[in-house]
Design a protein around this ligand. Structure first.
Ligand SMILES: N[C@@H](CCC(=O)N[C@@H](CS)C(=O)NCC(=O)O)C(=O)O
Length: 289
């Protein structure tokens, strides 16, 4: 049982509380320093990191390119959130919430900024003729419902379960129990849905799959928080079937490599500025830290 804590009347910020992200967590929004963001040659400029939230967008961009949408060529710049790069003045202009992913579309007369991964997926789908977003009202509603389900649910998985199981400076049984239960319930929601449907929204592969796979697919593939055994993820057989099916898609594999800074060197394409970068610029080819 962890030490009892009686909250004071007024909360105050104690910097360096021992948590894994103590150096970047802060109770104040806005920029901490002046720095412009780099701009590459393509209309679409992505500022991101290869976390599950970042992967959603790079998977979508790679799927768009694979489907023949040449206008989806993009520059993906690395934002190192553990170094506080999300608090630069340039980044805050693209996302006032200082979180990756953030997209700037410079293809039109005025640049358009888009933040929040779900909003970016919808923006890109609409920009490219409703790609991976059905136009039939019922199918579109189902797709958007699952997309928003992901946006609302994943913070319980990542910020709740992952944080208290893997990152918190002490293991708090109450917190781990609460979020393990919720994460398992969410996995069961998906498992039941995928028992009767090939993809999340039904018969078609959509942006809902792209949003859900990096989090929940990653969990059942055993990639998240070293928690596969703890959460008995083998129970979710339909989610595993779907996760493996998506992982077999070349665009999903490429999307998972972009802005990645951990894992095998050949799986890390830290910045992507051209389709050929996958062949020539992975960490095993360019080396370095
Ligand atoms: N709801 C946001 C969440 C984005 C998010 O939480 N990004 C994390 C990395 S996965 C981040 O940038 N964290 C930096 C910080 O909290 O300072 C989205 O889906 O875009």
């Amino acid at each position: 049982m962890s030490q009892a804590y009686t909250p004071p009347k007024v909360w105050t910020w104690e910097q360096g509380n021992g948590g894994a992200f103590a150096s970047i967590n802060r109770p104040i929004a806005g920029a901490t320093h002046d720095k412009e963001l780099p701009v590459g040659k393509h209309p679409l400029q992505l500022y991101s990191l290869g976390t599950p939230n970042g992967q959603k967008v790079t998977i979508m961009l790679e799927e768009l390119l694979a489907a023949g949408h040449k206008g989806a060529e993009y520059d993906a710049w690395l934002i190192r959130i553990n170094e506080g790069q999300q608090f630069s003045s340039g980044f805050v202009e693209v996302n006032p919430n200082s979180k990756i992913p953030a997209l700037m579309d410079r293809g039109g007369p005025e640049p358009i900024r888009v933040f929040e991964s779900g909003a970016i997926l919808v923006y890109l789908a609409e920009k490219f003729g409703n790609a991976f977003l059905p136009t039939d009202p019922a199918e579109r509603a189902e797709t958007l419902s699952w997309l928003f389900w992901q946006m609302g649910s994943a913070p319980f998985l990542g910020g709740g379960f992952g944080h208290f199981y893997a990152y918190a400076p002490e293991k708090i049984k109450y917190a781990i129990d609460r979020y393990a239960m919720e994460t398992k319930r969410q996995l069961d929601v998906l498992d039941r849905r995928l028992a009767d449907n090939e993809f999340i929204a039904g018969a078609d592969y959509t942006i809902a799959d792209m949003a859900i796979w990096p989090w929940y697919g990653g969990m059942v593939m055993g990639w998240a928080y070293e928690a596969a055994e703890f959460l008995s993820v083998h129970e979710y057989r339909n989610v595993i079937r779907w996760a493996e099916q998506l992982h077999a898609r070349p665009a999903v594999r490429r999307g998972r490599m972009v802005n990645r800074v951990s894992g095998k060197p050949e799986s890390q394409l830290r910045e992507r500025h051209d389709a050929s970068d996958f062949d020539t610029k992975t960490q095993d080819k360019i080396g370095g830290a």
